[in-house]
Design a protein around this ligand. Structure first.
Ligand code: SF4
Length: 368
């Protein structure tokens, strides 16, 4: 039975190896040795797969032009899971990438009924201000709104000529009651990914889209469409990298609509305390048992926070892992340490975010 990846956000994929085999995603590990100072998410195998990343890496190493494309759907609050992509963008920006940041306000309207005015406000105050505070220089990114970009909408229409309804239905599962904005939207998404390669945006060049594996169907469609239009546009097939999704604190998928599953970038220290204290761990029923048999970090949501966010030093992370497995540390103490580190990080971040808000608001007024 094939594994279905749902780009609209249903399930957390469990078997990444199987997904990679089924969809032809290459293991990222093989490229690590060639990457100077790889991102910590690469080193820690959080970024586990890729398609054609070698050509982006080649451009990066030769100091040639390459682009990075990502989108934000302004529909809720940012949590630490969203931070994964921004960390990667900042890393690429330091390596000379043209960063394209799409505000997916057409998607927010189509999928969630968010008005364009609300999208604009959320994009500035909730997303772009946070991006700037997380180390991405938004002033040096190509930020645009789907609803304002004639180039993207025009390209979507041109490209849709070679995509038929059966193909879209097979990928997205459309049915009779699907509304037309939902059916057409994936073509906007394809145009988002390919438009940096139009002549007026710098022409064909390697482009990478860093995504969670649930977004792979969009990427496969974009690559197929790029191949069909290579003649005429000269598109270089877009590359992609795949990261694991940060699992929710309670054991289910991290989600903005379930506050107990996620640490939001705006959470107070009391909220952080409560969420981490209630988090699902890989600990034993009693402290005595844990000291004797050790814990299971790979099942633990608190450990995931250390991996993704709280412990940038690899050596310290490995020490923590060993201490957990040997029973040298128990969950209560480990959670207290996580609470402290998270509260410290968010205190600094929230002050930076406040300072970045004016820049973000100004930016959304002038971008295309
Ligand atoms: Fe998780 Fe820490 Fe408990 Fe180990 S000791 S299971 S890492 S909370």
């Amino acid at each position: 039975m094939p594994v279905r990846i749902d780009p609209w956000g249903a399930a957390v994929p469990k078997d990444y190896v199987r997904l990679m085999r089924e969809f032809g995603i290459e293991p990222f590990e093989g490229l690590l040795a060639q990457i100077p100072e790889p991102h910590y998410l690469m080193r820690r195998r959080v970024i586990f797969g890729h398609r054609d990343f070698g050509r982006v890496l080649g451009a990066m190493l030769k100091m040639e032009k390459f682009a990075v494309m990502t989108g934000l759907m302004p529909s809720g609050r940012m949590h630490v899971g969203h931070k994964l992509v921004i960390d990667q963008l900042a890393w690429y920006q330091r390596r000379g990438a043209d960063i394209y940041l799409c505000v997916a306000d057409l998607e927010a309207y189509s999928a969630r009924g968010v008005s364009f005015e609300e999208s604009k406000k959320l994009a500035a105050e909730e997303y772009l201000a946070n991006y700037q505070a997380l180390g991405l220089d938004i002033g040096r990114c190509h930020v645009y709104f789907q609803s304002r970009s004639d180039a993207v909408r025009h390209l979507a229409f041109i490209l849709s000529k070679k995509v038929n309804f059966s193909e879209m239905s097979a990928i997205y599962g459309f049915a009779g009651e699907s509304n037309i904005s939902h059916i057409f939207y994936p073509m906007i998404d394809v145009a988002d990914i390919l438009h940096p390669q139009l002549e007026e945006f710098g022409g064909p060049r390697p482009t990478v889209v860093p995504v969670g594996v649930d977004q792979d169907p969009h990427l496969r469609l974009a690559r197929d469409v790029a191949a069909r239009f290579q003649r005429g546009f000269g598109f270089v097939l877009p590359s992609s990298t795949y990261h694991r999704l940060l699992p929710g604190l309670t054991g289910e998928k991290m989600s903005s609509s379930k506050p107990e599953t996620a640490i939001f970038l705006t959470d107070s220290t009391d909220e952080i305390k409560k969420k981490i204290k209630d988090a699902f761990t890989g600990g034993r029923p009693t402290a005595a048992e844990q000291r004797k048999h050790g814990g299971a970090p790979d099942k633990c949501r608190v450990y995931e926070l250390y991996v993704y966010q709280l412990m940038p030093d690899d050596k310290k992370l490995l020490d923590l892992r060993e201490a957990c497995k040997s029973g040298a540390i128990i969950c209560g103490d480990c959670k207290l340490r996580a609470i402290e580190l998270m509260a410290e990080f968010l205190k600094v971040h929230q002050a930076k975010r406040e300072r970045a808000e004016a820049k973000a608001k100004k930016l959304v007024e002038k971008v295309y």
